[in-house]
Design a protein around this ligand. Structure first.
Ligand code: IPM
Ligand code: SF4
Length: 469
């Protein structure tokens, strides 16, 4: 009898064109790829130089997300010459290589990891590679997604394959129910805090258990999206009825008899019961509190009623110096309670937490309340479709009434590649996924948390427990 397989094994085995060596390298077939203006230019230039065509243009979709402005009255023109060049070159490449592009003014436009699922472009069982590390998001749909570099994008465009080395597998079993005010963001932030920012390096993570089953597809995407912040180059969740309901009738999902056949196959996409994982981690969701980061790495996090750690308690001198540096950058004192740290900015956006469900949760918190007078708060929906939906549901009006800027979609202040940039010393409560030094602007300080927690901080004017607002 054949060996019991994990969901990861099943994806890799079914997409292996051939084995390349004894060290675990295979030639892997890739079903879909998403391109953006920021990481694709050199790949296309390479193809042009070698006069190579794109083999299967219909398997790629291109979006503009990293550099586009989010000003409420959107115009196609980029405010800076660099961004304008990237966007124009993407359009030229898509035209010349026959790849579909959702350009800045397209109604289907948005952050790639929000747009691709929304379109039904990513389906269970697929292997997806893209020039962006948060391609792991697609694990929530039962697909295997991972980020690749520019030269790999070129290889993929030309051949639909990649040279790939098998990863080890980790299973994260989530039991228990999340308490009120605790979100899927807190599950993944707690995991990263526990295993460290490199804790899953070399692994693909499968998330399972009743704590995952209970989550919506959007909430699951938040977890798979941030799995890469623990170092994982791939995250999985077995697709279930919620995923099928999410995908049904999406523009690119199969229809009619094909849909029925597809779902029947997708139901087999789960790890065999006896499959062995290289590492097992368990999380009890009922024990979790809303999490916030205090440092400059996503694993430097604590529950909101915790305190900033004291570097002097850290015996390892190198780690102690890292901690001291993080606290100096963040302008925080050892032992300082996290609750009450004053903020001047609040940002709700990004491929982690700017889907419609996130915005509904934010609206619950800010309804009939006002953003603190010293806080600049903005909401950047994950896609134009999310933006339109939020308008239709009346959420946008709630945000505006509360004093939030309601902007157009894009990556925006998640990494400040457009004109949404913080100044040195600004402190921002942020629903994003990375709190690295300079991520939201040189010298700016980022505290990661769930979107509802950002909303609560915007209202209070400082980090706070949304459950006591
Ligand atoms: C710009 C891109 C290469 C990068 C990524 O790969 O994730 C960005 O999206 C990010 O979130 O840091
Ligand atoms: S929203 Fe942020 S994390 Fe997501 S793709 Fe854009 S820059 Fe990267």
């Amino acid at each position: 009898m054949s060996r019991a397989k994990t969901l990861y094994d099943k994806h890799i085995d079914s997409h292996t064109v051939c084995t390349l060596d004894d060290a675990g390298h295979v030639l892997l077939y890739i079903d879909r790829q998403v391109l953006n203006e920021y990481t694709s230019p050199q790949a296309f230039s390479g193809l042009r130089e070698a006069t190579r065509p794109v083999w299967r243009p219909a398997t790629a979709l291109a979006v503009v997300d990293h550099v586009n402005p989010t000003a409420p009255n959107r115009v196609a023109a980029m405010p800076d010459a660099g961004g304008a060049r990237q966007v124009a070159y993407l359009a030229e490449n898509c035209r010349d290589f026959a790849i579909e592009l959702f350009d800045v003014l397209d109604k289907r436009q948005g952050i790639e990891h929000v747009v691709a699922p929304e379109q039904g472009f990513i389906l269970p069982g697929m292997v997806v590679a893209a020039g962006d590390s948060h391609t792991t998001t697609y694990g929530a749909l039962g697909a295997f997604g991972f980020g690749i570099g520019t030269s790999e994008i070129e290889h993929l465009l030309a051949s639909q394959t990649l040279v790939y080395k098998r990863l080890k597998s980790m299973r994260v079993t989530v039991t228990g129910e999340l308490g009120p005010g605790v979100a899927s963001k807190d599950i993944i932030m707690a995991l990263i805090e526990r295993i460290g920012a490199a804790g899953a390096t070399g692994y693909a993570i499968e998330f399972c258990g009743p704590g995952i089953d209970a989550l919506s597809v959007e909430a699951r995407m938040t977890i798979c999206n941030m799995a890469v912040e623990a170092g994982a180059r791939g995250a999985f969740m077995a697709p279930d009825d919620k995923v099928f309901a999410y995908l049904r009738d999406k523009p690119r999902a199969p229809r009619g008899a094909l849909w029925e056949q597809a779902v029947a196959r997708w139901r087999h996409l789960r790890s065999d019961p006896e499959a062995q994982f290289d590492r097992e981690v368990r999380i009890d969701a009922s024990q979790l509190q809303p999490m916030v980061t205090w440092g400059t790495s996503p694993d430097q996090a604590a529950p909101i009623d915790g305190c900033v750690p004291d570097p002097l308690q850290q015996p390892d001198l190198i780690l102690r110096r890292d901690l001291q540096r993080a606290l100096a950058y963040m302008g925080l004192e050892p032992g300082q309670p996290l609750k009450g740290v004053p903020i001047d900015h609040a940002f709700i956006g990004s491929c982690t937490n700017a889907r419609i469900e996130d915005l509904r949760q934010v609206a619950e918190v800010v309804r009939q309340r006002k953003v603190a007078s010293h806080v600049r708060a903005m909401i950047v929906p994950g896609s134009t479709a999310v933006r339109d939906q939020a308008e239709a549901e009346g959420l946008a009006q709630i945000f505006r009434d509360a004093g939030f800027e309601w902007r157009q979609s894009g990556c925006s202040m998640c990494l400040a590649m457009n004109d949404d940039v913080l100044q040195t010393g600004n402190r921002c409560a942020s629903s994003t996924n990375r709190n690295f030094e300079g991520r939201q602007g040189a010298g700016a300080r980022t505290h990661l948390m769930s979107p509802a927690m950002v909303a609560a901080a915007a209202i209070a004017g400082h980090l706070t427990d949304l459950r006591s607002l």
